[in-house]
Design a protein around this ligand. Structure first.
Ligand code: NAD
Length: 491
């Protein structure tokens, strides 16, 4: 159990620290544990079970049993909808506790965790509750006295592997559509942030999902994640994380049973600000675009392209806005940015800052670690970059933005599309024709016009190019989790 006594939330939580298998919390097969570290002070929060390949095999057996008896085609849409609705209600009832666990484990501020992570997670579950009894096929007339109808059947056993940046939110984006369509789930949270998943597992049980329909296995990617993606009896793997690991997942899927794969991967999103933008609006959203969630967002607007006519004024105001961000304890009122998630990630981000300086960019603001024992990095701005620099090409996944001057629309479209990624893009212009023309020329799965980082349960999200395959959220995500069967009838 853990007692929170901060100035934003006082309360207690009980962590389950075992693997969630067959509706119970159990030790892993080899009884090993993994430390969960508080990124704000570097201290141990708790230890959770370290899953193994044998635990994945157990989860598969339990999932088969559930699909044959109480779940899959044996549970009606209305029944699944009721369970998901109940789960959404339970999450709402426990919203402050879930937000506190998320802030503790991940380092994001309690306020953001509550307003964004937990609220959106709850909305996602309720949105898919609405779909669960509306999964339907078509009737298609073929020849005279013959017809065909289609069924959208659950794929079966789906493995889901998620990252640490939005631990509960990514979990709900995955389980919402998979449970609405009746699949059995074996999910692995990130080894850095397993705690909200484990709290959520208890709520899933309370909501009435049958034993074995949902298993959560904590542990390392190269062990549990690899066991999931290469398993011969897991029918699909849905992954959110880096492009590097996405490639390994696809390879493992191809080498095993050719399982269905969806990938939500990295990004290096451009934010294009034209001379005719509302400057104050653009400054505010640009800061949100890159510094939201401490830059640990796949869609972070990390390359900020500013047209030459407003470049100096933009940079001045953007720097002032960046300086005003308060870095500190995520449980303090008024703090905008907590620590990065872990020591390895802190080292990685500091390494990128060093590389920017070494490759000749100007460190315009920030660049240093913040005081304290935690993994804090101050919001950072680079200027005078060249397109080949690592800080321009690679996903830093931290509070580090580059501001780049451009001449005209053709120039910026070329620069913005000069990346292997294609997750999201942002455009600021008060000329609707220019804004939309640019939006259509940018190679990205999402384009925000005069805003940034807007995500909704009913709007699809996913990447072009090496940012992924498939879409999450909205009706589209349901297609990730169903097999379409055509039944031909001769009468
Ligand atoms: P990561 O790829 O290192 O890890 C993601 C998950 O994969 C973790 O659970 C990890 O344990 C597991 N994993 C690691 N190696 C594995 C292997 N060989 N086989 C199977 N699983 C393995 O990513 P991260 O550092 O946790 O998260 C950051 C990345 O996630 C960034 O690249 C970010 O852009 C991406 N992301 C994308 C989206 C999106 O919707 N496109 C959303 C959030 C994060």
């Amino acid at each position: 159990s853990y007692e929170f006594n901060s100035n934003v939330w006082k309360g207690k939580t009980e962590f389950n620290t075992g693997l969630f298998l067959g509706g119970e919390f159990v030790d892993g097969s080899d009884k090993e544990t993994i430390d969960v570290i508080n990124p704000t002070n570097g201290k141990l929060i708790t230890k959770v079970s370290l899953g193994t390949k044998a635990d994945v095999d157990t989860a598969v057996k339990l999932a088969h049993k559930a699909l044959e008896t109480t779940w899959g085609l044996n549970a009606g849409g209305a029944e699944r909808a009721a369970m998901l609705r109940k789960l959404g209600d339970l999450m709402y009832d426990h919203r402050e506790e879930l937000a506190a666990i998320e802030a503790l484990d991940n380092g994001k501020t309690f306020g953001w965790a509550l307003d964004v992570d937990i609220t959106f997670s709850t909305d996602t579950i309720k949105y898919y509750a609405g779909w669960a009894d509306k999964i339907s096929g078509q009737t298609i007339e073929t020849d005279e006295k013959k017809l065909c109808y289609t069924r959208h059947e659950p794929i079966g056993i789906v493995g889901q592997i998620i990252p640490w940046n939005f631990p509960l939110l990514m979990l709900t984006w995955k389980i919402g559509p998979a449970l609405a369509t009746g699949n059995a789930i074996i999910l692995k949270p990130s080894e850095f942030t397993p705690l909200t998943a484990l709290r959520m597992a208890a709520l899933i049980k309370e909501a009435g999902f049958p034993d074995g329909s949902v298993s959560f296995i904590t542990g390392y990617g190269h062990i549990v994640g690899e066991a999931i993606s290469s398993h011969m009896e897991i029918d699909k793997v849905a992954f959110t994380g880096s492009t590097l690991v996405g490639r390994k997942i696809m390879e493992a899927a191809a080498k095993s049973n050719l399982k269905n794969v969806t990938l939500e991967l990295g990004g290096k999103s451009p934010n294009v600000i034209f001379n005719d933008a509302d400057l104050e609006q653009a400054v505010g959203w640009a800061a949100h675009g890159i510094f939201w969630n401490h830059g640990q967002a796949c869609c972070a607007g990390s390359r900020i392209f500013v047209q030459e006519g407003i470049y100096d004024e933009f940079l001045k105001r953007f720097t002032e806005r960046t300086k005003s961000l308060k870095v500190g304890d995520p449980f303090e009122v008024g703090v905008d940015q907590g620590p990065l998630v872990s020591k390895p990630h802190f080292d990685r981000v500091m390494g990128y800052i060093k590389s920017g300086i070494e490759q000749g960019a100007t460190l315009h603001h920030g660049g240093a670690e913040h005081t304290g024992d935690g993994f804090f990095v101050n919001p950072t701005i680079f200027t005078d970059t060249t397109p080949d620099m690592k800080i321009v090409q690679e996903e830093i996944f931290g509070p580090v933005g580059v501001v780049i001057k451009f001449k005209d629309e053709d120039d910026v479209v070329r620069l913005a599309n000069d990346t292997v990624y294609g997750l999201a893009a942002i455009v600021f212009s008060q000329d609707i024709n220019r804004a939309l023309e640019t939006a259509h020329r940018l190679k990205a799965g999402t384009v925000w016009v005069n805003c940034a980082n807007q995500l909704h349960a009913n709007v699809p999200f996913g990447g072009f190019k090496q940012s992924g395959i498939g879409r999450e959220l909205g009706e589209y995500a349901l297609h990730n989790y169903t097999n379409i069967k055509a039944v031909h009838v001769n009468f």
